[in-house]
Write a protein that binds this ligand. Structure first.
Ligand code: ADP
Ligand code: ZN
Ligand code: ZN
Length: 755
C-alpha cells in the first residue's frame, strides 16, 4: 500500500501543509512526486487539485480516515520533482506558502492546445481514386469529386484550404477518412514569437581577457568541475561574447542552458545576437508573449527541442532535463528579486538550482551587487575580470557638474551651462545625445502654490502624479501608481479654491519640453513608462534612435541598459542625486550602478564619448567613483558603511509587513510578533551570536495603499538561518491569534527597496 503527501492547490496559510491520501492501484504508475492529482478535501468533500510532494508506505493517521486519490488531473502539467524540491527551498528561504512557491516554479499551469497543421492525403492509388471519382460523379457527390480531383492532382492539401477555399464540408472529409480513402496528417506547430534569423558564422575573435575568462569556465567544465563565476567587466567589455562562447562549450557537452536577462534589456538586439549564434535551438520568454506562445516555449524546452532559454527571472524555471549552465546577465539588477510572494531572489535560487542539477552559474555585471562581489572576495564565487572595452573604444571622459554653482550663477534651468554647450556641439557635428533622468511621469506631484496642499490619492498615502495625454492641458489626468485611481486634473485647489495649482519637480516630459524649447530644430525621442505602454513601442523608439532618426533620446532607467549606439558621444545625467535621496540602504549602490551604466552608453563607436553628471552632491562617493568607473573604490566605501550599520551583505534583514484595515491592529500584531521573536531567539541562540536586532514596529514609508494600512518591523541578524527559522515561527504565532485573522503578513528577506 502506498500513500502520498499532497499539497492542496489553495493559496492560504491555513492549508500550507501536506495531507495524506491513499494511491489507488490503477494510479500507482502515475503517482510520482510532482504529479497533480484530484482529491476530495475537507468535511464538505470539495473536489480540488493538489500536488504530490512525498510518498510513503506508512499511514500517518488512522488508516480508515485516509481517503483515496480520485484521479489524475487532465491537462495538468506534471512538474518535475526537482521543481517541487526547489519550490520547497524557495518557501523555506523566502517565505510565503508552499502553494505560492509551486505557482512560481510552475512556469505554465495549464496546457494549451497546441497549434496544429493538418494536411490531407490520398490513401489509395491513382486508379482506385479514379474509380471512386467516377462513382461519385454518377451520384452527384460534387464536394467529394472536387476534393478527390484536387487531391489526385496535388497529392497533399492543407485541410484549411480544403474546407475553406474548396468549400468541402467537414463531414465529407470525415467520411472519406473512415472509408480509408484519404487520411489526415497532423503536425504540431510551435507558436514562435518574433522572426527567425538564420545562423551566421561570423564572430569576433575574443581578446585576451575574454579568452581567459572563457577558458577558466570551460576548462573547469570539461574537467567536470562546476562553479559559480562572477564576470566583472566594464560596460562594453564584451561580456555577452564570453557568455556565447561558454554556452557553446556547454552545448557541446550535450547540456542545456538558461540565460537570465533583465526584462528591460530583452530587446531585438540581444535576441538577434543569440539567434545568430544558436539558430533554432534558442527560445525566448518575455512578459509580452501570449499565453499560447509562452506555453509553446515551455513545451519546446520540455520536449528537448531547444537547448537555450533566454528570459527574465521566471525563465529560471524552464523545465530542462539536461540543465548544465545558468547565465545571469546584469546580475545586480533589482528585477531579479520578485516583488510578489514568494519574494525570491533569482540569483540565490539559481545557485540552489545549479547545486541540485550539477550545473555552473555564470554571473556578469559591470557593477556587481555587493553581495556577489563580497562572495567572490570570500572565495565562494570565482572572480573574472574584463577591464577594457572590447572594440578598443576608450572609456568616456566623465565630468561632474556642480548644480549648486549653477544656482549661484542664477541658472535655474535643468541644464547646466556646460551641458547646454555640449549638446549644441553634438547637434552641430550630427552626433547623438542621450539625456537621462531617474524618474517617470511629467512631475513628482501636484500642489497648490497658494496654500501648499498636495493632491493625494484618497485611498493611499501617496501624492498623485500628473500625466499628459496630449499637447492640450485639458488632456491632463492625475494618477495613483499604487491603486490605479485617476481623476482629471482639477481647475482649482480642492482646499482653498485657488487656480494656481501646478506640477512640481521634473520628469522626462518636462525635460522633453525644455529641450525642444532650447533646441527647436533637434529631433527628440522620449522613452519612459508612458511612451512604452504599447507592445512594440519600446523596440520602435530604440530602432528609430539607432537608425539616427533622432538626435536626442531622453529617458529613464530604461535607456541605460545594454544598448549599443555607436553615434552617441554625449550622455547627460540631469540629476544624479534623485536616486540618492531615497530612504533605502541600497540607494548609494543604485546610484552608482545607474551612473556607471549610463556613462557606459557614451562613446561606443569610433568617436570619443563624453559624460556629464549634474548633481548637488558632487563629492558623494557614489558619484565620484561612478565617474571614474571605479568599482573597487565604491565597493570599499559602501562596504564600510554596510558593516557599520549591519546591512546586507554584512548581515541579513527580514522585513515583516503587516497589511490590514486598522492601523492599531497592525501595530498590536507586530508588537506581539516582535516580542515573540525576541523570546524565541533567546531560546535558539543563547549567546546571541546571530546578533538579532529588532527595528520597529513603525508605519511603512507607504503607510496606506488601497485603503489598507501598512506597518512594518525589521529583524536584522548576521545569520540568515535564524531569520528563516524566525519567519516560519512568526507565521505560526500569527496564525494562532484569531483576532489577527484578517491581517495579511508579508515577509521579505533582504528587501531590495523601501516599503
Ligand atoms: P557588454 O555585454 O560587456 O556590455 P558586449 O558583449 O555587448 O559588451 O560587447 C560590446 C560590443 O563589442 C558589441 O558590439 C560586441 O559585438 C563587440 N565585441 C565584443 N567582443 C569583441 C571582440 N573580441 N572583438 C570585437 N568586438 C567585440
Ligand atoms: Zn491610490
Ligand atoms: Zn490651495
Amino acid at each position: 500500500m502506498l500513500y502520498a503527501d499532497v499539497i492542496v492547490d489553495i493559496s492560504h496559510e491555513n492549508l500550507d501543509r501536506t495531507y495524506q491520501y491513499r494511491i489507488p492501484e490503477h494510479l500507482e504508475a502515475e503517482a510520482v512526486i510532482g504529479s497533480p492529482v484530484c482529491i476530495s478535501f475537507g468535511n464538505r468533500h470539495r473536489n480540488i487539485t493538489g500536488y504530490i510532494v512525498g510518498l510513503s508506505e506508512t499511514p500517518k493517521i488512522e488508516e480508515s480516515r485516509i481517503k483515496d486519490i480520485e484521479g489524475r488531473v487532465e491537462k495538468g502539467v506534471v512538474i518535475e520533482s526537482r521543481m517541487i524540491v526547489l519550490a520547497h527551498w524557495i518557501k523555506e528561504n523566502f517565505g510565503g506558502t508552499m502553494n505560492d512557491s509551486l505557482r512560481t516554479v510552475l512556469s505554465v499551469k495549464k496546457s494549451i492546445k497546441p497549434l496544429e497543421k493538418k494536411t490531407l492525403r490520398l490513401s489509395v492509388d491513382n486508379s482506385t481514386a479514379e474509380e471512386i471519382i467516377a462513382e461519385a460523379e454518377r451520384k452527384h457527390h460534387v464536394a467529394k469529386v472536387r476534393l478527390l480531383k484536387e487531391l489526385k492532382e496535388r497529392k497533399v492539401l492543407n485541410r484549411e484550404y480544403a474546407t475553406g477555399m474548396l468549400h468541402i464540408p467537414a463531414q465529407t472529409i470525415q467520411k472519406l477518412e473512415q472509408q480509408k480513402i484519404i487520411s489526415t496528417i497532423v503536425e504540431e506547430l510551435y507558436r514562435t514569437p518574433g522572426q527567425s534569423i538564420s545562423k551566421c558564422k561570423e564572430r569576433p575573435l575574443l581578446n585576451e581577457e575574454q579568452q581567459f575568462a572563457c577558458d577558466t569556465v570551460c576548462m573547469d567544465y570539461r574537467a567536470g568541475k562546476r562553479g559559480i563565476y562572477l564576470l566583472h567587466g566594464v560596460t562594453g567589455s564584451g561580456k555577452t561574447e564570453v557568455y556565447l562562447c561558454v554556452i557553446e562549450e556547454v552545448l557541446k557537452e550535450n547540456k542545456q542552458v538558461i540565460v537570465l536577462i533583465p526584462e528591460i534589456a530583452l530587446t531585438y538586439q540581444t535576441v538577434r545576437r543569440f539567434e545568430e549564434r544558436f539558430g533554432e535551438r534558442v527560445a525566448f520568454l518575455h512578459s509580452r508573449l501570449s499565453q499560447g506562445e509562452r506555453y509553446d516555449q515551455y513545451r519546446k524546452a520540455k520536449e528537448g527541442k531547444i537547448d537555450i532559454m533566454i528570459g527574465p527571472r521566471s525563465a529560471l524555471f524552464t523545465p530542462f532535463e539536461r540543465l548544465g549552465l545558468i547565465v545571469i546577465d546584469e546580475e545586480h539588477e533589482r528585477s531579479y528579486k520578485s516583488e510578489t510572494v514568494p519574494k525570491y531572489h533569482a540569483r540565490e535560487t539559481a545557485v540552489e538550482l545549479a547545486k541540485m542539477t550539477n550545473s555552473s552559474v555564470l554571473l556578469g555585471s559591470a557593477t556587481p551587487s555587493l553581495e556577489s562581489y563580497q562572495a567572490a572576495l570570500e572565495g565562494k564565487y570565482k572572480l573574472l575580470h574584463l577591464t577594457k572595452r572590447a572594440k578598443n573604444a576608450r572609456l568616456p571622459e566623465v565630468r561632474i557638474v556642480d548644480l549648486k554653482e549653477e544656482l549661484k550663477a542664477k541658472n535655474r534651468s535643468m541644464f547646466s551651462r556646460k551641458l547646454l554647450a555640449a549638446i549644441e556641439a553634438r547637434l552641430e557635428k550630427k552626433e547623438q545625445v542621450m539625456l537621462f533622468l531617474n524618474r517617470r511621469g511629467y512631475s513628482g506631484f501636484v500642489s497648490c502654490r497658494s496654500c501648499g496642499t498636495a493632491l493625494m490619492c484618497p485611498h493611499c498615502a501617496v501624492s498623485l502624479t500628473l500625466h499628459t495625454h496630449g499637447i492640450q492641458k485639458e488632456e491632463q489626468t492625475l494618477h495613483c501608481h499604487y491603486c490605479g485611481y485617476s481623476v482629471p486634473m482639477p481647475k482649482e485647489c480642492p482646499s482653498c479654491g485657488s487656480p494656481y495649482i501646478a506640477a512640481f519637480g521634473t520628469g522626462t516630459q518636462k525635460v522633453e519640453e525644455a529641450v525642444k524649447k532650447q533646441f527647436p530644430s533637434a529631433r527628440v525621442l522620449r522613452m519612459d513608462a508612458d511612451t512604452t505602454k504599447e507592445k512594440e513601442s519600446y523596440e520602435r523608439i530604440l530602432s528609430q534612435f539607432a537608425n539616427e532618426k533622432a538626435d536626442i533620446l531622453i529617458g529613464t532607467q530604461m535607456i541605460v541598459k545594454g544598448h549599443d549606439f555607436p553615434k552617441v558621444t554625449l550622455v547627460g545625467i540631469l540629476a544624479a542625486d534623485l536616486s540618492l535621496n531615497v530612504s533605502d540602504y541600497r540607494s548609494a549602490e543604485r546610484t552608482f550602478q545607474l551612473l556607471a551604466q549610463a556613462a557606459g552608453r557614451a562613446g561606443r563607436g569610433e568617436h570619443a564619448g563624453e559624460v556629464l553628471i549634474q548633481t548637488y552632491q558632487p563629492e558623494h562617493y557614489s558619484i565620484v567613483t561612478a565617474a571614474k568607473e571605479d568599482y573597487r573604490g565604491f565597493f570599499r566605501q559602501e562596504m564600510a558603511y554596510r558593516e557599520l550599520l549591519n546591512y546586507p551583505p554584512k548581515a541579513h534583514i527580514l522585513a515583516v509587513l503587516c497589511i490590514g484595515k486598522k492601523e492599531e491592529e497592525n501595530e498590536e500584531c507586530l508588537s506581539l510578533l516582535a516580542g515573540k521573536a525576541k523570546e524565541r531567539v533567546i531560546n535558539i541562540d543563547r549567546q546571541n551570536t546571530g546578533k538579532l536586532s529588532v527595528i520597529g514596529p513603525a508605519p511603512a514609508g507607504l503607510s496606506k495603499a488601497n485603503d489598507l494600512y501598512r506597518n512594518l518591523v525589521y529583524f536584522k541578524s548576521v545569520s540568515y538561518g535564524i531569520l528563516t527559522e524566525l519567519a516560519s515561527y512568526l507565521e505560526e504565532c500569527k496564525e494562532k491569534e484569531e483576532r489577527f485573522k484578517r491581517i495579511v503578513l508579508q515577509l521579505d528577506f533582504d528587501p531590495m527597496g523601501s516599503y
